[in-house]
Design a protein around this ligand. Structure first.
Ligand code: RI2
Length: 295
């Protein structure tokens, strides 16, 4: 929880592998590849839900098995890490410009948790001089909404903090919802911070546009083959204080939830706005024939 946001987590994973390669002291290519694999597994196990981490790590090690010397392998991993981080930051900037076009002067917007991608859109619209008002959820239990409201306040945006259970009430005066993404499945379902699906349902009921803001490295290749996304559960100490509830009380603390594609009006990506039904096509194009023809 020291690094927050699926994009930042992906860049941190890629950078860690790049640093590992740069500082590697050994001279055996075989040993380097084995140690790199261990480092990769350690990084991936840190956050099971956000596929951005998986994609960032795999973009960083791409082609390393074809290297013929340890120095070439180290340089490749290091260069790949830098390239992934640059691509990631550019994608977030591009999404800010594309998404800001969806915001009209006078709009009231709702957001959830703390997504740098969604906030980039809101700040860009404000920078363009659009008169907007934003409601941000508290996002229990970690209260990342506090980061969101302070970030938007610093940018000069008219921002109001609401508790999570106020979402349906406030949706009545909302024009659009922008949320981030930890993972998007090949069916266009959005996996994002717990509570996101409540915003989507309330928006659907109130006929408010609901947008997921996601760089395409948040699209999950594994879901093409039907794999389910693992939803991380965290410790109950995030929810209750010691001794607060009877010993027999169980506490369930899932960190993310899934919003079905039918509740999502569009996914705003660096390639443009796409319908959730288009995710499979984007994934197939990005992964290429080799991915599907592996024996
Ligand atoms: P950006 C965050 O979760 C939130 O769920 C947010 O919507 C998502 O990551 C994407 O954030 P966590 O991974 O990449 O920090 O848009 O638990 O910053």
């Amino acid at each position: 929880m020291e690094i927050r946001g699926a994009g930042r987590i992906a860049r941190a994973g890629a950078t860690a592998l790049g640093d590992f390669a740069t500082s590697y002291q050994g001279s055996s290519l075989d040993d380097f590849l084995k140690d790199l694999d261990k480092a990769k597994e350690t990084i991936l196990s840190s956050r099971p839900t956000a596929v951005s981490l998986w994609n960032g790590v795999h973009a960083t090690i791409r082609g390393v098995n074809e290297a013929t010397t340890v120095d070439d392998a180290r340089a490749l991993v290091s260069d790949n890490a830098v390239a992934f981080c640059e691509h990631s930051k550019k994608a977030v900037e591009m999404i800010a410009r594309i998404g800001a076009q969806r915001i009209e002067d006078g709009d009231t917007i709702m957001t959830h948790c703390n997504s740098s991608t969604a906030l980039g859109i809101i700040k860009e619209a404000h920078r363009q001089g659009k008169d907007i008002k934003v409601y941000a959820t508290e996002s229990r239990p970690w209260r990342q909404g506090i980061l969101t409201v302070n970030d938007l306040a610093d940018a000069g945006v008219d921002i109001t903090l609401i508790i999570d259970s106020a979402v349906r009430t406030v949706m009545k005066k909302t024009d659009r919802v922008f949320v981030g993404a930890d993972t998007v499945t090949s069916h266009g379902a959005l996996i994002n911070k717990i509570g996101t699906s409540h915003l989507a349902l309330a928006a659907y009921e109130a006929r408010v546009n609901f947008y997921a803001c996601a760089e395409t490295y948040k699209f999950s290749p594994m879901t093409v083959f039907g794999d389910m996304v693992a939803i991380e559960e965290r410790d109950i100490s995030e929810v209750i204080r010691p001794g607060e509830v009877r010993d027999s009380v169980k506490v369930f603390n899932p960190v993310f939830d899934s919003t079905p594609a039918k509740y999502i009006d569009a996914i705003i990506t660096e390639l443009g706005m796409i319908h959730p039904g288009a995710v499979y096509g984007v994934l197939v194009k990005q992964l290429g024939d080799d991915f599907f023809n592996k024996e």
